[in-house]
Design a protein around this ligand. Structure first.
Ligand code: NAD
Ligand code: ZN
Length: 262
């Protein structure tokens, strides 16, 4: 990826962004890559290769070996907590701050597949965390929210740590992320589809666009008349109007700097 020559800001995208009233930004793991949060692909070279997604990201995997799986999530929580929003997250927050200024912009919604809180820490509101959040927890048995002991958040994913217990029923507190095989929150899907239907510009940033239903949102937007642009240093199979070969932390600040000068 580093060898790829990044492209300058396409004029066609700047024009669309200047004219857009409703913007939807759909983000994936690549959005946080320059903050140091590994993407799924990065992980496939490392942890996912050693531990199967079935073991680490399913309810069955949790119940089979809760200490192993909880330690793995504590490791991921430790990574996210040690990182900061990058210039791309910050640019999106600045862009939303331009509402009411010289642009036509009325709304900028962020829908993310990321389970980190880097958009929020940059100052953005997030319409939907489609795959849940790593900083929220609930009981695996009764579903009540709870706050586990995070003092063991560590850099060693091979530790075994006993999960904290639900105050109500004693079940394990697990992260409120969407495990494989679990449905996404209906309210999140509904809000995201509505935003896609209303957007006149949809930016797809740092996602391989292979995980559904998130990957269907750009198509919903396009069929509703939105211009769909992708920011990704690698080509993907996404059907879009414009692909900008750049990274989140390089491209988004360029775009928003230009918009701020409008
Ligand atoms: P993915 O790993 O499948 O794809 C990441 C995409 O980002 C790739 O297309 C890659 O080319 C691109 N990319 C890499 N660096 C980039 C950069 N600096 N700027 C812009 N693009 C860049 O990730 P996905 O599509 O989000 O799907 C994987 C699943 O894994 C999701 O469900 C997600 O919830 C989860 N995940 C989340 C995080 C996180 O919360 N930060 C991290 C890893 C995985
Ligand atoms: Zn419980």
């Amino acid at each position: 990826m580093n060898q790829k020559k990044l492209e300058p800001l396409p004029a066609g995208l700047l024009d669309r962004a200047r004219a857009a009233r409703r913007v939807l930004v759909l983000t994936g793991a690549g959005m946080s890559a320059e903050s140091g949060v590994p993407t799924f692909r990065d992980e496939s070279a490392g942890l996912w290769a050693r531990y199967s997604p079935e073991a680490m990201a399913t309810e069955e995997g949790w119940r089979a070996d809760p200490e192993l799986v909880w330690a793995w999530y504590l490791w991921r929580i430790g990574i996210v907590n040690s990182t900061s929003p990058n210039a791309g997250h910050e640019a999106l927050a600045r862009w939303a701050g331009l509402i009411g200024g010289n642009l036509a912009l009325q709304s900028l919604e962020i829908v993310t597949q990321n389970i980190d809180d880097l958009h929020e820490r940059a100052g953005s509101g997030v319409l939907a965390h489609l795959h849940g959040r790593l900083d929220r927890f609930h009981c695996i048995d009764c579903g009540l929210p709870g706050q586990p002991d995070l003092s063991m958040a560590s850099s060693d994913p091979t530790l075994r740590v006993t999960p904290s217990s639900c105050e109500s029923c004693g079940g394990d507190l697990r992260p409120s992320i969407v495990f494989f095989g679990e449905p996404l929150a209906e309210a999140d899907i509904d809000a995201s589809v509505a935003a896609a239907q209303q957007a006149d510009l949809t930016l797809v940033v740092g996602t391989s666009s292979i995980v559904y239903p998130a990957a269907a949102l750009p198509g919903v937007a396009m069929r509703s008349g939105s211009f769909v642009a992708e920011i990704n240093p690698e080509p993907t199979d996404l059907d879009c109007d414009l692909h900008w070969c750049t990274t989140a932390a390089v491209g988004l600040p360029q775009l928003v700097d230009q918009l701020a000068r409008t």
